[in-house]
Design a protein around this ligand. Structure first.
Ligand code: ADP
Length: 438
């Protein structure tokens, strides 16, 4: 059974139950009120009858009385109990006198009887309670008959309300099915005019847009990865073929082999980076955190890169605060620092300067890698941490555009962050921020 039908059924049953309850309460209440009215009618008719009896020469006359007044029987009896006035053979005729009002069960009916002594005779008024029910049932029977119609109207109303309330959900199901049956992620859920419907469509559209971004990113990532891997493979193949064709020329063969080794190294680095990023995405990367001296690491890494910098005519200096310890994965931080310094050297100008600064600031360790190189435009600064992004693809053949994406991933895996400040033609400062150890 659909949820809609289920809700309408429950709702109708509940209405039915409430109606029955209201009717029962109404009946009970009306019944009590009717009996109370009957009791007071019996008393009223009795005292009216007493007023209407008149005496002619000491003999009581009942000419002014009616045998039945407002559904109440009126009788007059002599003191020995014989009927002086009133309808004969009534069930209450033979009952003995008793002053006041009482209820009596005669045959299968309840009677309310009231007697009043009047010196030489007594008056009696009586009415059967079942007559109240008779009046009552005839008055309220139509109400009982329209009850099913009311329930039907309420069920129909309920159905329309539920149908309207479920429309956003049905739209959602239809949209989700369209997406499931095709691959169009551009579909969005139209906003409905209820608060909940709006919240649902907004949440669904936000989820769709995130899915879309992540699908596109994934697709882009694998496209870029295959493209980047194809280049070194093509170079390796071409060089190997060339070496074969000049197999007797030792010099040429050795040059080709060097190219092959260089390209294999590049490919191996690329595969390493791809694996690390994929593991980080999946959450399966192993992080080997421990407390270590970042001051010592920064010194070692900077020193190890002085020579590479010199080869490129770049002056690499460092300004490192001592005794800065952090709790992080040392290998990862080493990789991140090498990446940043390597970039600073690569994108330096001739005879440029690169400075590695380590300092503390507000429970954080800051590693700044400063260069006076080509700089990065503001627009590109937003994208340089994206995977495979390169400002100028033709500039460096050994790079892949994964370095900064890795640095960003490493920073976040170790509870830190990385940022850049740069001006075109003036230089850049990359800052890696990491939490200090406790
Ligand atoms: P790549 O392997 O190309 O260096 P990265 O992810 O390390 O990849 O860097 C992405 C891009 O950011 C680079 O291609 C380069 O255009 C730019 N970039 C990175 N570091 C610097 C820097 N210090 N100065 C200027 N541009 C930089």
């Amino acid at each position: 059974m659909s949820l809609k039908k289920r809700i309408v059924s429950w709702y109708t049953l509940w209405t039915l139950f409430l109606m029955a309850l209201i009717f029962l309460m109404f009946f009970a209440f009306s019944d009590a009120v009717s009996i109370r009215n009957l009791r007071s009618d019996i008393e009223g008719v009795l005292s009216d009858a007493a007023d209407d009896v008149f005496f002619n020469n000491g003999i009581a006359r009942f000419d002014e009385l009616d045998e039945v007044e407002d559904g109440v029987y009126v009788f007059a009896f002599s003191l020995d109990g014989s009927l002086l006035f009133g309808r004969r053979s009534s069930p209450v005729e033979s009952i003995a006198y008793q002053e006041g009002q009482r209820s009596l069960q005669i045959a299968d009916r309840t009677w309310i009887v009231s007697d009043m002594m009047m010196d030489s005779f007594y008056l009696r008024t009586a009415a059967s309670v079942s007559s109240v029910y008779a009046v009552f049932t005839s008055d309220y029977l139509p109400l009982l008959l329209i009850a099913p119609i009311l329930v039907l109207i309420s069920a129909l109303g309920g159905y329309f309300i539920v149908k309207k309330a479920f429309r956003p959900l049905e739209d959602l199901i239809a949209t989700a099915s369209t997406i499931a049956s095709g691959d169009d992620l551009n579909i969005t859920l139209e906003s409905s005019n209820t608060k909940e419907g709006k919240a649902l469509s907004e949440a669904f559209n936000a989820m769709l847009s995130r899915l879309k971004t992540s699908f596109l990113r994934e697709k882009e990532f694998s496209d870029d990865a295959s493209h980047e891997l194809r280049t070194p493979v093509a170079v390796i193949k071409a060089e190997a073929e060339y070496a074969l064709s000049v197999i007797d020329d030792e010099k040429e063969v050795s040059e080709s082999l060097s190219v092959i080794i260089k390209e294999s190294d590049r490919m191996s680095r690329l595969i390493d980076s791809l694996l690390t990023l994929a593991r980080a995405d999946k959450g399966t990367i192993k992080i080997n955190r421990k407390v270590f001296s970042l001051s010592e690491l920064a010194n070692t890494v900077s020193e190890s890169m002085v020579e590479i910098a010199e080869e490129k005519g770049v002056n690499l200096t460092s300004s490192i605060e001592t005794r800065i310890n952090i709790f992080a994965d040392e290998d990862m931080i080493t990789r991140a620092m090498i990446n940043l310094i390597d970039n600073a050297i690569s994108y330096s100008k001739e005879k440029g300067r690169v400075e590695v600064i380590l300092r503390k600031n507000d429970r954080k360790a800051l590693i700044e890698v400063k260069d006076d190189g080509i700089g990065i435009s503001e627009e590109n600064q937003k994208r340089i941490f994206d995977r495979f992004f390169q400002v100028d693809k033709s500039r460096t053949s050994s790079s892949s555009g994964l370095g900064l994406a890795m640095v960003k991933e490493i920073a976040s895996l170790n509870g830190g962050s990385v940022s850049v400040e740069s001006r075109l033609e003036k230089g850049s400062v990359f800052t890696l921020t990491l939490p200090l150890s406790e």
